[in-house]
Design a protein around this ligand. Structure first.
Ligand SMILES: [Zn+2]
Length: 265
């Protein structure tokens, strides 16, 4: 069984055919799909989907998160973090995310992104839930802030999670491992020059989980089309090939890792 630990299937790109998308995921062996929220409104949508897809006999089980994507922070109100806190206390919320930093699109609100990131980290520590982190061209600040928050937290040991769609740089790999975080490997891992650094190939398998980031970052050979959770099998196959493992071994290890990190029983 595979787990897609990061899929935005609550977005409008899946409005017309979500049932068929979930059926294909089921056929590809995907047992769970984790839904990272992107803003306050999306959290309710994630919870709705989780409630209506909770029975493993009827296809993949969907699980919800609560958080504000760094790119959505620009439009966020200051009290949105209070809303996130209220919603995140719900026991159906398995993780805080996605949060993080994105310096690629817009550098006009770095301070606000960093403030929201710190608030998410403190919330995750208070609630003892894992963090799902987005990093685009912001590795140094992300690791620095995470380290500072860990240092200052009364619950440092609770601060754990994943660098989703890990994209390096090489020097970053060691720092992520030293922080005790996992790496999310997705579609970019199947690209020839996808930005996933060489050092990823020596990361202990125990620290790796699989994801798609659907509908984005579609793996080869489907690049240019909409990504979907069934394609997490292509990521597993590529990882197996690169590590000299069988797909079954990759599935077993990464599924166990994801279950332990997200508290899935
Ligand atoms: Zn995402």
């Amino acid at each position: 069984m595979l787990i897609d630990t990061h899929a935005h299937i609550f977005l409008e790109q899946f409005e017309s055919d979500l049932d068929r998308v979930l059926q294909r995921a089921h056929e590809a062996g995907v047992g769970y799909i984790l839904l990272p929220a992107i803003d306050v409104a999306s959290i309710s949508r994630c919870l709705e989907l989780a409630d209506s897809h909770a029975n493993p006999d009827h296809g993949p089980v969907l699980l919800a998160m609560a958080g504000i994507h760094p790119s959505s922070v620009k439009e966020a109100a200051e009290n949105d973090i209070e809303r996130i806190r209220e919603l995140a206390e719900d026991k159906r919320i398995i993780a805080i995310g996605e949060t993080g930093l994105d310096y690629y699109w817009d550098r006009s609100f770095d301070d606000k992104q960093q403030a929201f990131l710190r608030a998410h980290i403190r919330l995750a520590a208070a609630l003892d839930k894992p963090l799902v982190l987005h990093d685009r061209e912001a590795s140094d600040d992300l690791v620095r802030i995470l380290s500072e928050e860990k240092e200052a937290s009364p619950h440092a040991e609770r601060i754990r999670g994943v660098f989703h769609c890990f994209g390096g740089p090489d020097a970053h790999t060691e720092r992520v491992l030293a922080l005790g975080f996992h790496m999310g490997i997705g579609g970019t891992y199947t690209f020839k020059n996808g930005g996933v650094p060489e050092s990823t190939n020596t990361v202990p398998m125990e620290r790796i989980i699989l994801e798609t980031d659907a509908p984005f970052l579609t793996p080869a050979p489907h690049r240019g089309t909409r990504n979907e959770p069934a394609y997490v099998a292509l990521v597993a196959a590529k990882l197996a090939e690169n590590r000299g493992l069988t797909v079954e071994e990759v599935s077993r290890i990464t599924t166990a890792n994801a279950k332990a990190l997200f508290g899935i029983s």
